[in-house]
Write a new protein. Structure first.
Length: 379
């Protein structure tokens, strides 16, 4: 173990536009002496975090993402993944204070816009200084570390006939649940990843070209991201949470909302390789009062997912072909509990590149920034 390592507890925090992600490293006790040295407060914090999976009203631990046997700075232990809405930072600080964190931790390693926005509150409420790290540096460090520690981290969605190159006009986009259900999740060996495109879909979207661990740049982005999806969905359907929006979308049909190529052509636009089932105009049917009267909340939710996802897919594809990159890795919490978007992105990457591009996904979705922060607790 490294003698210069900062004292426990070790945290990494990413205070994003919508969600705050907190990663906690629980050391595996190696000897009696260390156990004796552990203070009562530290013990209580560890117990509280590792024995519960809900904290206050809105804090959640993603138990299924827990990583055992991780080594950081020569210490072996377990990584725990916790999230809560950024709007609840105040409640988090109160909780941290009540658990005695203020007496124990004087610096917390943080990234995301909230590390700037809430800096004063952390000092005032719990006497904690935020040591800030750039969010894109943290994101990439986190992706590379987690992928290295977890052989199952990277995966893709294999289409029904994986060998076939999907360039035929008849290869319709998988808008129906029946078509989507044929996609199977398979592990992807990401051990020689470079170069790759990293598309982080949070509240907004950032697109990065990654050539090596320390060689990357941001090529593009869009403000039409996960926040847009949730915002529009709340407006259109009256839903009030991301989970509800995704569940609604899963039972809807976007083809009653969108205008498809076949609604305009009566079939495929074969000359330019556009299948009849493709969306020609997102929400294009909604100018008709008659159509609006027939549409359901679920249809509107699904059309919103499809619109946002296809737009991101299209930007990602343009960036990848511009940069001559084949592997496109998607992350961010917009993909949480959202196989619909992942499968649509998989189809879009493959179809529009004539099979040249591969869409890849990561198990720990939105936590990489927080992990990257934790890794830099020595700086
Ligand atoms: P940020 O750092 O901008 O907060 P995230 O990667 O955490 O970005 O992703 C935020 C997005 O994830 C939201 O805009 C929403 O689309 C989606 N999301 C997933 N789970 C939730 C949740 N429980 N509450 C709110 N948004 C969620």
């Amino acid at each position: 173990p490294d003698n210069e390592a900062p004292p426990m507890p070790w945290f990494g925090m990413d205070i994003g536009g919508t969600l705050t992600k907190l990663v906690y490293f629980e050391p595996r006790e190696t000897n009696r002496r260390e156990l004796d040295k552990e203070t009562e407060v530290l013990k209580n914090i560890r117990r509280y975090l590792t024995r519960n999976s809900a904290y206050g009203k809105t804090g959640r631990r993603d138990v299924h993402l827990q990583m055992d046997n991780v080594t950081i700075r020569g210490r072996r232990g377990t990584l725990h993944f916790i999230r809560f809405p950024t709007s609840e930072v105040g409640a988090f600080l109160q909780l941290a204070r009540s658990k005695g964190m203020a007496d124990l931790v004087n610096t917390i390693y943080a990234t995301g816009g909230g590390a700037y926005k809430f800096e004063e509150d952390f000092i005032k409420e719990v006497n904690m200084r935020l040591s800030k790290m750039d969010e894109l540096d943290a994101l990439i460090a986190g992706v590379l570390f987690v992928d290295c520690m977890n052989a199952q981290e990277c995966y893709y969605w294999a289409p029904p006939d994986e060998q076939a190159v999907h360039t035929h006009v008849t290869d319709s986009p998988p808008y129906s649940e029946a078509a989507l259900s044929l996609y199977v999740r398979k592990p992807f060996d990401f051990s020689s990843p470079y170069p790759f495109l990293l598309v982080n879909i949070g509240s907004g979207v950032s697109v990065l070209v990654v050539n090596a661990p320390d060689d990357y740049y941001r090529v593009s982005g869009t403000s039409l991201g996960g926040g847009t999806f949730l915002g529009l969905c709340c407006l259109l359907t009256g839903c009030s949470s991301f989970e509800e929006a995704i569940a609604l979308a899963a039972s809807g049909d976007n083809t009653t909302v969108d205008k498809l190529v076949r609604d305009i052509y009566g079939g495929d636009y074969a000359r330019f390789g556009l299948p009849g089932d493709l969306v020609a105009s997102s929400f294009g049917q909604m100018c008709s009062a008659e159509r609006r009267a027939k549409v359901s909340r679920a249809d509107l939710a699904r059309a919103t997912v499809v619109t946002i996802t296809n737009n991101i897919g299209s930007i990602a594809r343009l960036c990848a072909s511009n940069e001559g990159i084949e592997r496109v890795v998607f992350c961010g919490n917009f993909l949480r509990v959202n196989p619909l978007s992942m499968k649509l992105l998989s189809y879009a990457m493959s179809y529009w590149s004539r099979g040249a591009l591969k869409a890849l996904f990561l198990e720990h979705e939105g936590y990489f920034g927080a992990v990257g922060c934790l890794l830099h607790l020595d700086s």
